[in-house]
Structures are given as C-alpha cells and as structure tokens.
Design a protein around this ligand. Structure first.
Ligand code: F6P
Length: 359
C-alpha cells in the first residue's frame, strides 16, 4: 500500500499529530507513506512528494502547524493560474491531480482539512480517487463530527487572552471588545467567552441588537462593575446589518472576515460614554502546541483513517461521534455547516449566568 497524505486550508494545532499517527500506523502494517507538500500543490505545481517514515515524524505530536505546509488557494477544481500580465484566473485542474496521483503509484489518499478541503475530497472521490478525510479546523464547523481537532487549542488560547484582558479592563474601567475567529460559526467565541467570564457574547448564530449590548454594560455600571468584556465572533452581525469583511472573495479563495470588533466598540463608546478598546486575536488562535485533547483526537483520527483505508472505506471522513471514532460518508458532510444549536445546553448556560447574547 502506498498512502499519500495532504494537509489543506488553514493550519490548526494537531495537524502534525495526525500525520504522525497515519505514518506510524501505516508503517506497522508494512505500508509506505508519502507527504504531498503545500496542499495539492506538491502534485500540481512542483515535485513536492516526500517519503514519510518513523524518522520523519519523530517528536512532532506536540508541534503546531504542519510539516507538509498548506495553502488555502490550492483547490484543484479552482486552481489559481497567472497570465503573463499578472492577472489571476481559475482553472479546473482536477484531472491533472488524479493523473499525478496515479502516476505516483499511490493506492490511497488521506486528506486532512476543513469544510473546503473536505468538499474537494468529496469531489475527487467522485472522480475515482480513493480518499479518506480527516476533519481539521479551529472553527469546529464541520458536520459529521462532534469535534474537529484544533478547536480545543484555539479555545484555550482565546480563554487565556480573555482572562488577561480582565486586568486592563478592570484597572482602567474600560470596555474591551475581543474579536475571535470561527468564520460563520460561534463555537470558539461561545466556549471561550463562557470560560473566560465575558459579560457579552456575540455569535453569528444570534444577530445582535447593539442597544441590548449597551444595556448590559450600563446595568453593570449601575451595579458598580465599571468594566465589561465583550467577545464577538468575526462572523457575527447586527440584526439590521451584514457580516464585516476585510477582503471580498478573490480568485481561488474565500472571503476574509474581520472588522466587527471595531464597529461594535465604536458604537458602545458612542452610546455609553465608556472608554472602549478592541483586540483582534487573529492567527494566535491557530498557533502553538495542541492541547492534550487535540493531540489525542488527532492521533485517534489519524489511526482511524488508516483503518478506513485497510477496510476500503473510501469516500468517508472519520469523525468523533459519542465516545467513538466513526466513518461518515463525505456526501453527508459537505455543504452542511455545523453551527451552535440555539437550544443547546451551552447557550442556556450562558443565559443562566446572566451573560448577554445581544438579543
Ligand atoms: O478556518 C480557520 C480560520 O482561521 C477562520 O477562523 C478564519 O476566518 C480564517 O481561517 C482565516 O484565514 P486566513 O489565514 O486565510 O486569513
């Protein structure tokens, strides 16, 4: 068996643990593993196929990032090409990818990625590529699994940041507005906002009324609490507004979200008269060593993906469902973002703790 591994989309803590798990469990079966560098670019644009054995994956479980490199502009169905004039355009190079896969003599592909990469995996599987997906993203927005690896580490980083912001907020009687990642899902913001004792949590799932946010800050003020912490997901939007974008969709990539914190902060300062500052935590949420939870989940996913190959269960994704790692058909995963359910216990916990969700 010759197994190729690719990591696509944004990096997330735990990617290297998956790679190690795949390589070692393949090795002990007598199989060979190969890493495709920079998403699929190592097959499409340059000779980026590297053999992976035990020496190559030694001591990487705790390392952030991916030893293979990644890109979020490497969709083979919408590959970014450049004319001589410098102008960029998209080209479907999926046939080239399948041909390169076959020419390399691979028997199976393990693709580690988020919703975008899993959609690509699904489409490649429909073209005949024997592929198994592994769900990765700090956003935790992939269906078919209760958790993606990377999420727990991002929440830990965000919670620590919120904890630290309390010092300045309280010492200076300020409102601090923290913008967190997650695209159109509020998992990171809800979990870290709750754990970090935020006073207001604004999620994409609950369009907010800024007056309700200001009411919460005023009522804290009246109760002698002269500071407040507001956490806002990058994909959150006011009831009468739209999601803030840093950059519109470009060739071969997706919209970049961002800017809601400064908008919220300006309005809070204007309506309440409280000095208000912002923090955009950004890529710190993707960095650093994976938590114990993410390491273990990543190792379980990696070995489960190899077992799926052994059983010929192609066109599936491994996922955490209940206490077990299960196989979910990719067609049941793609095109269905997993959002925070509004009737979830965690949302109720926030409300029962007196946290404002802006509604
Ligand atoms: O999907 C992971 C993620 O970090 C999102 O939370 C965020 O919106 C996006 O990637 C940022 O992507 P980039 O690194 O390309 O700006």
């Amino acid at each position: 068996m010759r197994v190729a591994i690719a990591t696509g989309g944004g990096d997330a803590p735990g990617l290297n643990a998956v790679i190690r798990a795949v390589v070692l469990s393949a090795y002990y079966r007598g199989w060979k593993c190969y890493g495709i560098q920079r998403g699929y670019e190592g097959l499409l644009s340059f000779n980026g196929v590297v053999p992976l054995g035990p020496p190559e994956v030694r001591g990487i479980t705790h390392l952030g990032g991916t030893i293979l490199g990644t890109t979020n502009r490497g969709n083979p169905f919408r590959y970014v090409m450049r004319r001589e004039s410098g102008e960029e355009y998209e080209l479907d190079r999926s046939d080239d990818l399948v041909a390169a896969f076959r020419a390399s003599g691979f028997d199976a592909m393990i693709s580690i990625g988020g919703d975008g990469s899993l959609q690509i995996s699904h489409d490649l599987w429909r073209k005949g590529l024997p592929i198994v997906g592994v769900p990765k993203t700090i956003d935790n927005d992939v269906s078919g699994t209760q958790r993606t690896f990377g999420f727990d580490s991002a929440v830990a980083t965000a919670t620590e940041a919120i904890d630290k912001l309390h010092s300045t907020a309280e010492s200076h009687d300020r409102v601090m507005v923290v913008e967190l990642m997650g695209r159109y899902a509020g998992w990171i913001t809800l979990y870290s906002g709750l754990s970090g004792s935020a006073d207001v949590i604004l999620l994409p799932e609950i369009p907010f009324d800024i007056e309700k946010v200001c009411d919460k800050i005023r009522s804290r003020e009246a109760a002698g609490r002269h500071f407040s912490i507001v956490v806002v997901a990058e994909g959150a939007r006011p009831r009468d507004g739209t999601v803030e974008l840093v950059e519109r969709r470009g060739v071969g990539t997706v919209d970049r979200l961002g800017g809601i914190a400064s908008k919220v902060a300006r309005t809070i300062e204007h309506h309440t008269g409280k000095e208000t500052r912002t923090l955009v935590l950004g890529h710190l949420q993707r960095g650093g060593s994976p938590t114990t939870y993410d390491r273990l989940l990543a190792l379980r996913f990696g070995t489960a993906a190899v077992r799926a190959i052994a059983d010929g269960a192609f066109g599936t994704m491994v996922g955490l469902n209940g206490p077990d790692i299960t196989r979910v058909p990719l067609e049941q995963v793609v095109g269905r973002a997993k959002n925070v359910p509004l009737d979830s216990d965690t949302i109720r916990t926030a409300r029962d703790l007196g946290i404002s969700l802006g509604d």
